[in-house]
Design a protein around this ligand. Structure first.
Ligand SMILES: Cc1ncc(COP(=O)(O)O)c(C=O)c1O
Length: 472
């Protein structure tokens, strides 16, 4: 029996957390990963579980024999864990496993029973994965934002009134990948249901950091459909899920057809399987599902409330430190005292320093990994940056003409369960040095890209400079 995972011991359980990486000055330093909103590392327990399982890996849902039986059973157990983590009720919900959040939202868009003229209300704070799929299948209207980057519920109410009878789906994120803002899902659900619409939630950012319950389908505040993924919660093995009330999907042929989706086929007829099989074409990612279920058990072991408190504390710590640097501007809510109401995601700019230069200096001189750019949420960034329609069109023209180096952007630090205040302090010091122009390298933008790199330096290659190690 292994020791219970807690906030105190989890750091040592993260694979690669002590990995030293090469810096511009030739030294090596333990890597600080502040890009958890993109993808997290994995946990030793998850890797161990995968290693145990692969001894028994075999065909899922197709073969006979002991190993096929085990693999099929493990896949279904994992499906239950992945559904239960967000409050799925087995009689009402289907848990459809696929690659990631993006695939899950695309599936929902293409399988939701829309009719011509139906409207999807999404918001201006969405990741593209909860925006572009709806544009392909319905008329989309965007819920406006308040000046601080939070959702304008008055605008949602007003759009539900304006398009009464036509809004079939409200699709919002549970939490923003840019500002860490948490949306009031219960309130949004009640408004959507009262207007006869369903609620789909992009929980890619929410589920790893807050307890989520889709709720009883009879409760007006329930969530109808939800998408989330393993790679943002310590199981980066190519797996994601659409968890949905079964009646939110059409019951005809699925978007992807082939093996696994049918009960019977003749030259003329096809009898489609029931849910979820009908919607999971081809051989499923059973290893990913097993890994994700184990990661979920790890997070439950630690406790979602403890995780939320820890990550909010780190956000408060960074916000406090950034407040001391006059050249730094934080986007979205920035008061450290309200850090409990947000995820551990902080997005900012440093006056006069290109966002890609900020991230390059952190990486090459501090061994700190962050993300900079538009975070796959271009409309949200344009709102936060306060760019007029004219300015936005100007950027579109410049990008078409000159490529993506013309894009504006910001820099984001995002925390996970294993990050600590010492790392935040190191990052804050590095940002202060950048604001004071006290960095060493000479950087230039790489041709055809918006990224910066130090002149005459390149990262060492994996395998030669970072030899393989035993275990993990
Ligand atoms: C809010 C949000 N939605 C959707 C996605 C897309 O997730 P995935 O990479 O799992 O498709 C992301 C990824 O960063 C995200 O932050």
């Amino acid at each position: 029996m292994s020791e219970r995972l807690t906030m105190e011991n989890v750091r040592n359980e993260v694979v690669g957390v002590a990995e030293h990486v090469q810096l511009l000055d030739g030294t090596r330093r333990p890597y600080i990963n502040f890009d958890n909103a993109s993808s997290t590392p994995t946990l030793r327990r998850v890797v161990k579980r995968v290693q145990e399982f692969v001894r028994f890996y075999a065909s899922v849902g197709r073969g006979s024999g002991y190993k096929s039986h085990v693999a099929s059973e493990e896949f279904e157990l994992a499906r239950m864990t992945i559904g239960a983590f967000v409050g799925a009720r087995p009689h009402a919900h289907a848990v459809i496993l696929g690659k990631n959040t993006t695939e899950a939202l695309n599936k929902l868009a293409h399988r939701f029973p829309f009719s011509p003229g139906d409207i999807v209300l999404t918001s201006l704070m969405e990741h593209h994965s909860n925006d572009l799929p709806w544009r392909q299948v319905a008329d989309v209207r965007f819920i406006a934002l308040r000046a601080d980057g939070t959702l304008d519920l008055e605008d949602l109410r007003s759009k539900l009134r304006e398009y009464a009878g036509r809004v079939k789906l409200v699709a919002v994120t549970g939490a923003s990948n840019v500002t860490g803002v948490l949306n009031p899902l219960r309130e949004i659900a009640a408004l959507a249901h009262r207007a006869g619409a369903r609620l789909a939630v992009d929980a890619a950012q929410l589920a790893p950091h807050r307890a989520v319950d889709m709720g009883d389908p009879e409760d007006p505040e329930h969530i109808d459909c939800l998408a989330y993924t393993g790679h943002k919660m310590y199981a980066p093995f190519g797996i994601g899920a659409l968890v949905t009330l079964k009646d939110c999907l059409r019951d005809d042929g699925p978007d992807l057809v082939g093996g696994g989706t049918v009960d019977f086929v003749t030259e003329r007829d096809v009898v489609w399987s029931g849910l979820p099989n009908r919607e999971e074409a081809g051989t499923p990612n059973v290893v990913g599902a097993v890994a994700w279920a184990e990661a979920i058990r790890c997070l439950q072991d630690i406790g979602l409330a403890e995780i939320a408190a820890h990550e909010s504390r780190l956000a408060a710590c960074l916000l406090d430190a950034l407040d001391e640097i006059p050249a730094v501007r934080v986007y979205g809510p920035s008061d450290p005292k309200t850090a409990d109401d947000r995820l551990g995601v902080v997005t900012f700019a440093i006056d006069g320093v290109h966002h890609k230069l900020v991230s390059a200096i952190l990486g090459y001189e501090g061994g700190i990994g962050v993300r900079s750019g538009l975070f796959c949420a271009h409309p949200y960034l344009l709102e936060l940056l306060g760019l007029s329609e004219e300015e936005q069109s100007g950027i579109a023209m410049a990008v078409t003409r000159d490529g993506i180096s013309a894009l504006p952007g910001l820099t984001r630090a995002s925390f996970g369960i294993y990050n600590d205040e010492r790392e935040v302090a190191l990052c804050a010091d590095a940002l202060k040095a950048i604001a004071d122009r006290a960095y060493r390298g000479e950087y230039q933008q790489e041709p055809g890209s918006s990224d910066y790199a130090p002149v005459g330096f390149s990262w060492p290659k994996l395998g030669t400079d970072y030899p393989p190690q035993k275990g993990c």
